[in-house]
Design a protein around this ligand. Structure first.
Ligand code: CDP
Ligand code: MG
Length: 835
């Protein structure tokens, strides 16, 4: 009984504490993630903008003068030789022929839907046309145009491109803003940002005051943020009659969006692309002379499983006769067998390197026999890309830098690397780009003539019934396959090698399922709540394609459980704070607990790490070495989270000594990810400080950081109900989650290296269904931690365990934890009295 009441006390104290903080700050402050806030775009508070201190008529004059200056500069550029050259290029884009029609439609209608082939000039030209025509009409300083992108890298590369086209440095009239980075100034009137950034802005500025045009780009991808934006914007339009909304889509399902906005006019930009010849697996094998010596030879990239199925169907003696096999066995029905069975049995973490050999064979074929032109290879993810890259580098022909320029293109690449992709290779050198499906629509590499398509993309799906996200490479849609193929026909007729048989293509679904229907909705529901738009369910039912009620219910239950919503689904103080933090709500809670319990630094690193990605690399061929390197950071903590903290701290030290590069190399760490963790840490600290949750003195915030039990406890408070009990077996252990499911530890977890773990529980961040359910990072915790910090609603779920534990649980089992709990309680009480 005692532990339960104590547990409620901890939760109660948290809410009370936040209550005070909110009252004393007198505002739910604007903590949009504008850590390096500058410029006129997010001037939510008028006081922040010196211009607005001027009274109306003076202000009008200032803006008019600025507009004139903008017009003069624009004209000067357009008349300069470089400007003329640039204009000629822009005029050659298909979008240009529709320019007047587009401008008219936008002037006359509040919502316009534009579709057109990738590369026709939607993203770079349309917002620019508006900007130019406003500037030309002498109203330049009065307009602010926002154009959203689903990915940060496209927001950055597109803004750079547009400012080049305007002959200006980035951050002048054109800027960008993505999480952690931005480049915009006082004169920025066209801002490219991620859709997430616009959503954050809507939280604090529901009417988008001052914004004149919003472009939502790549809506055909049906990303969750885009779908969410469309609901919010649809609701906003009647209140902001002057606001213009333009939706841009690559494919032709424009009707869906037009209907959503009550029959908004649609404009199609007829594209110009050269024909691309499609070669499916049957032709590719023939063409490359690639011999399959066994059916298991091709994995993800050649659909090993399907061959396996065939093995049973085809008589043994014909096993090696691939042509015959393809002809008579690859029927649609066998594919269906295959695709239903595949989700359970496919191991996406360990792509069979043999599958890469087929890609290598295709690349060799192109290099030896085909005309010049760049090659774009679509892979499922970064792991595969880096693995194939290493394999290719060791190849006598493909690895020769005098003949092949090998590049990669994926979501987390550095800006410098990004630019290389667009550059022309030296004469007689063939550019090969290994890319994720990012290169499908949002990034255009002009000189591509050959496309190699593995037919898959890593896609998160969400199993609402088991409330488990799954991350699997799954078959792309027919629309995606066509889109990928189209990338080869930009400059001349192209060739596309699909590494799957044509019957498999026939069985692909037509379009991909929208993200809203395949991801957990926790963050989204919290954001909906803080928008104060009423019931979550009702709000989401207005979506283009509403999610299942069960998925919404799961999210609401989750938010209630962590204390972000109360019983009546109202936002609690905790919820209020959580909605300001640009992280998953449970990680946000962990951060806040870390500030309150004065062990901020390690928790900050853990949260930053969990919301970026794992900095520990796991190269396919050096898994063992990498695992050993990681376990060196663990020192019998039985915690991946603590290993992360140590690795990060070691990196900071190494950086000070100038040996960061070597440190990362030696320890299989990604410097890039560590850098991202570092910037996220800064950003979170800034927001928490601004919200008044963090003391100005770092020592105060970290007074208890050395207390390991406490850090474990805070990890638990954030990650609950991600709990697995450790069931010792004779020579090993098994792990069971609260819902009684059996789980396995991810191979790279430090806990996977032990035969026994001296903790009764493991707390983990996420479980992922691959073939079985895996948990990734985990930390061992004691009974007392679980009881004190295991969330409010743990009572029901834990009742069984508690009955079992009741006999011997002693809160004081862990004296250091009890001590700091009581100390803090005293401190809280004092704090509460003082205020
Ligand atoms: O948005 P959409 O796919 O319709 O095309 P876009 O991104 O506006 O690109 C239009 C054209 O601009 C492309 O075909 C490229 O020729 C060029 N471009 C470029 O050279 N460099 C970039 N970073 C982006 C676009
Ligand atoms: Mg585009």
């Amino acid at each position: 009984v005692i532990p339960l009441s104590l547990q409620r006390r901890v939760e109660g104290l948290l809410q009370e504490h936040l209550d005070r903080m909110l009252l004393s700050s007198g505002k739910v402050s604007d903590c949009s993630d504008d850590a390096n806030g500058n410029g006129g775009f997010e001037d939510v508070n008028p006081e922040d903008n010196p211009d607005s201190l001027l009274d109306g008529s003076v202000m009008e004059k200032v803006l008019q003068r600025r507009s004139l200056r903008m017009r003069n500069m624009q004209r000067a550029w357009q008349e300069s030789p470089e400007g003329k050259k640039m204009l000629d290029f822009r005029k050659s884009l298909p979008a240009f022929r529709e320019k007047e029609r587009l401008l008219q439609a936008i002037a006359r209608n509040q919502v316009v839907v534009v579709s057109g082939e990738t590369g026709c000039g939607k993203t770079t030209q349309l917002p620019q046309y508006i900007l130019e025509s406003e500037i030309e009409s002498g109203r330049g300083a009065f307009c602010s145009i926002i154009c959203t992108q689903p990915r940060r890298i496209s927001a950055m590369s597109v803004s750079e491109r547009v400012s080049t086209e305007r002959g200006e440095p980035l951050g002048e009239s054109v800027g960008y803003k993505v999480r952690l980075e931005g480049m915009k100034g006082k004169n920025t009137h066209l801002l490219f940002c991620t859709s997430g950034i616009l959503l954050r802005r809507l939280l604090s500025d529901r009417n988008l005051n001052g914004i004149t045009h919003v472009f939502v780009d790549e809506i055909h991808e049906r990303g969750m943020n885009e779908d969410f934006l469309l609901i919010v914007l649809k609701d906003l339009l009647p209140r902001r009659r002057d606001l213009r909304l333009i939706l841009m889509s690559a494919t032709l399902n424009a009707e869906l969006f037009s209907n959503f906005f009550g029959g908004a006019p649609t404009i199609h930009i007829p594209g110009f692309t050269y024909p691309v010849r499609a070669h499916f697996l049957e032709d590719v094998l023939e063409m490359t002379g690639y011999k399959l010596t066994s059916f298991n030879q091709i994995d993800d990239y050649g659909q090993e499983k399907m061959w396996k199925t065939q093995k049973q169907l085809v008589p043994r003696k014909r096993k090696n006769k691939i042509t015959a096999l393809v002809e008579d066995a690859l029927t649609k029905s066998s594919f269906e067998n295959y695709s239903s069975g595949v989700r359970d049995s496919l191991s996406c973490w360990t792509p069979d390197c043999m599958g890469f050999n087929l890609i290598e064979a295709v690349l060799c074929h192109i290099c030896r026999k085909e005309r010049p032109g760049a090659v774009l290879v679509f892979m499922t993810g970064w792991e595969d890309i880096s693995c194939l890259r290493d394999q290719i580098r060791a190849h006598p022909l493909l690895g020769d830098p005098n003949r092949v320029l090998l590049l990669t293109c994926h979501g987390s690449m550095a800006t410098s690397e990004q630019k290389l992709i667009f550059e022309k290779p030296p004469p007689n050198v063939r550019k090969i780009v290994l890319a994720t499906n990012m290169a499908e629509a949002s990034i255009t590499i002009n000189d591509v003539v050959f496309v190699v398509d593995c037919g898959k993309a890593k896609e998160t799906t969400y199993d609402a019934l088991n409330n488990t996200p799954c991350l699997l490479p799954s078959w792309i849609s027919q629309a995606s396959a066509r889109q990928r193929r189209g990338r080869a026909g930009r400059v001349q007729p192209g060739e596309c090698y699909h590494l799957y048989p044509s019957c498999v293509y026939e069985a692909f679904s037509e379009y991909q399922l929208p993200e809203l229907l395949r991801t957990p909705l926790n963050s989204l529901c919290l954001q909906i709540k803080s928008l104060q738009v009423g019931s979550i369910g009702e709000f989401l039912s207005a979506a283009l394609q509403p999610p299942e009620p069960l998925a919404v219910q799961n999210a609401v239950d989750f938010l209630k459980m962590i204390g972000a919503l109360d019983e009546k689904e109202n936002l609690t103080n905790l919820g209020e704070y959580l909605s300001m933090l640009p992280v998953d709500p449970k990680l946000g809670k962990m951060l806040i607990m870390g500030t309150i319990f004065r062990c901020f630094d390690p928790i900050l690193t853990i949260v930053a790490g969990l919301s970026v990605k794992d900095p520990f690399l796991l190269p396919q061929d050096k898994k063992d070495l990498a695992g050993t390197a990681k376990s060196r950071f663990s020192a019998k903590d039985y915690s991946d989270h603590m290993a992360l903290v140590r690795a990060y701290e070691g990196w900071k030290d190494a950086e000070r000594e100038g040996s960061a590069y070597e440190y990362c190399w030696r320890n299989f760490l990604s410097a890039q990810t560590l850098q991202a963790i570092h910037s996220l840490r800064k950003q979170f600290s800034f927001i928490l400080k601004d919200a008044g949750l963090l003391d100005a003195d770092a020592n105060t915030n970290n007074r208890l950081s050395h207390n390991q039990s406490l850090v474990r406890a805070i990890i638990c408070s954030g990650l609950f109900p991600g709990i697995a009990s450790v069931v010792p077996r004779e020579t090993s252990m098994s792990f069971k989650t609260m819902d009684d499911g059996q789980v396995l530890l991810y191979a790279n977890s430090v806990n996977a290296r032990y035969q026994t773990i001296p903790y009764p529980w493991l707390v983990f961040g996420e479980k992922v269904k691959v073939n079985t359910v895996f948990i990734r990072d985990s930390t061992g915790i004691s009974d007392s931690i679980l009881i004190l910090f295991g969330g409010t609603l743990s009572r029901g779920a834990m009742a069984e365990h508690l009955k079992m534990l009741e006999g011997y649980i002693d809160f004081f089992m862990d004296p250091s934890l009890a001590e700091c709990y009581w100390k803090l309680k005293e401190e809280f009480d004092k704090l509460l009295q003082k205020k």
